[in-house]
Design a protein around this ligand. Sequence first.
Ligand code: 0X9
Ligand code: ZN
Length: 477
Amino acid sequence: MRKSHSVVLLAGLLACSAFGAAGDGAQAVGVPERFDNQRVVRVTPRSIADVNLLEQISGDRWTCGPGGANGEADYRIKASDLPLLNQAGVPYQIMIDNVQALIDAEQAEMNDPFRDRAFFDAYQNYTAVSDYVNTLAASYPTFVTRISLGNSLQGREIFGFRLTSPVPPIGGSPRKPVVFFNSLQHAREWIGVMVDMYIATQFLSQYQTNSTIKSLLDTYEFVFVPISNPDGYNITWTTSRLWRKNARVISGTVRGIDLNRNWSVGWGLNSGSSGTSTSDTYRGPSAFSEPETQALRNYALSVPKLVAAIDFHSYSQLVLRPWTYQYVLPQGIAGFDRIGNSMVNAIAASTGASYEYGGPDILYLASGTAPDWFYGTTGAVALTIELRDTGQNGFVLPVSQIIPSGNDGLAGAMALVTGLCRSDLNRDNIVDDSDFALFAASYDTFATNSADFTGDALTDDYDFMIFADAYEQFSCP
Ligand code: 0X9
Ligand code: ZN
């Protein structure tokens, strides 16, 4: 049950304000960091004093806000610090008894020589994902083109791939409208990498047999970027499984910048990020200070017609709409609500998993995020998906959940794209005469704008055909 809005806001303020220091924010080098005798507790702070205590003793807040249940936050703490919570009377529940045991189990499962070695039966490191992209491109040469978006701070390639069917774009357009799926701005959220690759793999293997997938690939081009933060990913595979940020060196140490606080729309606003370099939500010295966010932005800006984007994260099982940096509703809220709810329903129908759709009121304010930039700058229908689970394993999700999570992502992604209503030019969720007027104005001048559905930099008869289709139905899908 949801609490009233004001209680949610209060809880968000309490547990989710961007505190300066959660741990020292520095990365251990050399030996892999261990998390022995560490627990993840879900607390329900009663006051700012409770939050202060948690921030003091915890090295790491995993999530906060009403995600799992209202007003709660998950913190990783030493088992030996539990008495401090007891003494203070902070209400809590133990979600994970031993973080290191989960990591050990993850390792053991992945190293078990008797396991099936299929790609989606294990988490895959940077090289394995890159090799898999090459395999896809080699196996489906008319569908898949590998791309490079740029390099990370430490010089790793931020690779991705374009995926579409050989059916040409209509109207002689140079390129179909593009849908962008990126993952792993946050290094420890491994499931996102696998889900990104799973969606692509299913699109390819089901193209011949699934008519919805066929029509999606015939109409759109999909761009997949499975590892947006390659340096951070490397840290999680070598030295610290729970690293979140990139590998920016500050004061001689890798302290890192939270890439999902480094985008320009809303950057630094409303306590949805931190100005302190040790914080896990450190926004960096300026918007787009980091090569990783620059690379993603530059690629997105090079796309003639970007229509939708999903930024995959974990965990909490949420579909989140803009704005993430403020409680103000975005223009087009009705369309977001329709699509977001249809995604949640599609996921439940596909895998039975229960996701929740909403805005920052169901999680917390986050400023300088990718989806806010995508929506604010390109107008694409941009969402965050927080994948599994709801805290039982958090970031260290068992490999048995890779394929089920992949199916969550696939169902959500398909519901998003099939739910796009591009003829709804004024974004009021109905295709009516006011959209017709907007369309006509563009058509008269052959303008390049949102009425140019085909993306050929011209509003012409091909666009009219697309518009007329939706106008006749008088409604969005
Ligand atoms: O804080 C983030 O960047 C995302 N959550 S995570 O636990 N994966 O770090 C969520 C960002 C987007 N959304 C809202 N806060 N509304
Ligand atoms: Zn994340």
